[in-house]
Ligand binder design. Sequence first.
Ligand SMILES: [Zn+2]
Length: 92
Amino acid sequence: MSTMKEKKLPQRRCIGCGETKLKRDLIRVVRDPGGVVSVDPTGKKSGRGAYLCKNPACLKRAHKTRQLARNLDCPIPDDLIETLSEAIAQHE
Ligand SMILES: [Zn+2]
C-alpha cells in the first residue's frame, strides 16, 4: 500500500487573480513562435503561454492591467479577447 505513488496534477497561476489552480481548470492562451496569439484548448501548443481562470472577471482584469500582453510579450488583439470570452462562457 505504501508503494502507491501519488500523481501530482499540474498547477498554473491565473494571470487575472493570481491564484494557483489546477491546469485543467484554467484556459491557456499561447503566442506561437510565429507571433500569433490564440486560445489553446488542448494546452499543448508550443509557444509562450499564459493561464486564466474560466471566469470573465479574470479575463477582464488580465486585459485591463495589461498582464495578458505582458505575459505573452505582445499586443493582444480585440478579437482574441472576444474569443476568450466565448471560450470562458462555454464553461459556465
Ligand atoms: Zn483567476
